[in-house]
Ligand binder design. Structure first.
Ligand code: EPZ
Length: 423
């Protein structure tokens, strides 16, 4: 297994090209099922989770070809409607196959996603929303078995704001008879990107990006001629902007969207960074001290939970004490124990982390526990004295494309080596 070796202490300067958004690419790839034919997608990120999604589509009978800048997905034939355990356990987003398969095939058999490092993550809202459209489910042998005679539009209010829950119901509602109204829906930019993609297939969705979506069902959908470009990844961009901030450098992200990143940029400027932006780029520089701030993660347009770990790494070096409350997932402070190994002083009490800023962190061997925790430890390593070794890189590869090359391009000394190999 590979590990990453990071030599800290270099202020980072330069420009990073932003990848397509993982959390838009996954639902959009699976959504191709609702429109039989050949789809063309552009700006698809080269990630492990994308490859897992293509394997899932392959298992269902679809085929794909081309590279990620112009990916062709042929969904003319969907021979199976099962998302098996061996795929779902690797990537819980496979549960997104439920809605499209029910819409396309009238049945779906999807392995229940188990627990996850960051929380229990039930799918009750996915099932309740699809039941409102007329689907019936029974759970057996660790699988959700769903079937529907005819999808019918309905009014449904989510009990909690759920990103993939909203996406699953949306992908079924587009082919339901009549109108569906989804209230307390997720408004993440990635949900909006999925809605835009579905509208490009002929769907009639309005209100995407707000808490209330209205979907006029249609009888069929078909792939457009032109390629659909996946949205830029605001979380990847946010991570690199924090790399500039934590090293006292100046980093520009090309392809980043300042509007989608607004809550992150607000936090970074409150923490003492200078933020500038223009059409298709965002830049973050820091010359003065990092200021302590208080943050609470919320559904979009609140501060994204997927940037919480990265911000904790930054605030670990702030002047003063910061408070970070994680309100989305019940177990998303696993990076804290590893940051302690680097000399950070952070107290965790339930969903509140009290971050007592220190003047310097030290390189150490640390272990990744989940995708964004990996990013947090890399950021800490970039600012730390000496070298840091990050183990369990498979978490990182699920969500960050070409990370060593991108960091190297802005002056970082980062390399991937096979575990057991030293310098
Ligand atoms: C999506 O996960 C993202 N994943 C996550 O990104 C992200 O952290 C999360 O949204 C929140 O923004 C993808 O888009 C593939 P939720 P999702 O359903 O949809 C509870 C990353 O790092 N809930 O919005 O699974 C749930 O337990 C990943 O890229 C229910 O109770 O998250 C959580 O507390 C990690 N019942 C809250 O809602 C349900 O049926 C929000 O979860 C569904 C969710």
């Amino acid at each position: 297994m590979d590990k990453l070796i990071i030599e800290g202490g270099t202020p980072l300067h330069g420009t990073v090209p932003v990848q397509g958004a993982k959390n838009a690419a996954l639902p959009i790839l699976i959504a191709t099922i609702v429109a039989p034919g050949e789809h063309r997608l552009g700006n698809v990120p080269d990630l492990v989770d994308v490859s897992s999604t293509l394997s899932l589509l392959g298992r269902l009978g679809c085929s794909s070809r081309g590279d990620f800048s112009d990916l062709r997905i042929d969904t003319s034939r969907v021979a199976h409607s099962e998302a098996p355990y061996d795929l779902v356990r690797k990537m819980r987003a496979s549960v997104l196959a439920l809605g499209p398969l029910l819409a396309r095939c009238g049945s779906a058999r999807v392995s229940l996603p188990g627990g996850c490092a960051i929380g229990v993550r039930p799918i009750d809202q996915h099932l309740k929303g699809l039941e409102a459209l007329g689907c019936q489910f029974e759970l057996s042998g660790g699988y959700v078995n769903g079937r529907v005679d005819k999808l019918r539009g309905a009014e449904f209010t989510f009990d909690v704001v759920t990103v993939t829950g909203t996406e699953n119901v949306l992908m079924a509602a587009v082919l339901a008879e009549g109108t569906t109204v989804l209230d307390n829906a997720a408004a993440e930019p990635e949900v909006e990107d999925l809605a835009n993609f579905l509208n490009s297939l002929g769907a009639k969705i309005s209100g995407a990006g707000t808490r209330r979506m209205v979907i006029e069902g249609v009888s069929s959908l078909r792939p457009p001629e032109s390629a659909y470009p996946i949205l830029a990844d605001r979380i990847e961009a946010g991570t690199y902007l924090v790399a500039g901030a934590i090293t006292g450098g100046d980093v520009r992200c090309d392809g980043a969207d300042a509007v989608a990143l607004a809550p992150v940029l607000t936090a970074l400027s409150a923490a003492g960074c200078t933020i500038t932006d223009g059409p298709g780029w965002v830049r973050c520089a820091r010359t003065g001290p990092i200021r302590a701030i208080d943050i609470e993660t919320r559904p979009h347009p609140g501060f994204p939970t997927d940037m919480q770990a990265q911000l904790v790494a930054l605030l670990a070096l702030a002047e003063g004490t910061s408070h970070v409350r994680e309100t989305i997932f019940e177990n998303r402070f696993m990076h804290v124990a590893e940051l302690h190994r680097m000399g950070a002083r952070i107290d965790v009490d339930g969903n509140l982390a009290t971050v007592h800023g220190v003047s310097q962190m030290e390189g150490a061997t640390v272990m990744a526990t989940d995708l964004r925790a990996s990013a947090s430890l890399i950021l800490a390593g970039l600012a730390a004295r000496g070298s840091t070794e990050l183990l369990r890189l498979y978490h990182l590869d699920r969500g960050y494309e070409k990370l060593e090359a991108k960091l190297g391009g802005i002056g970082a000394r980062v390399r991937r080596v096979a575990e057991g190999r030293g310098d």
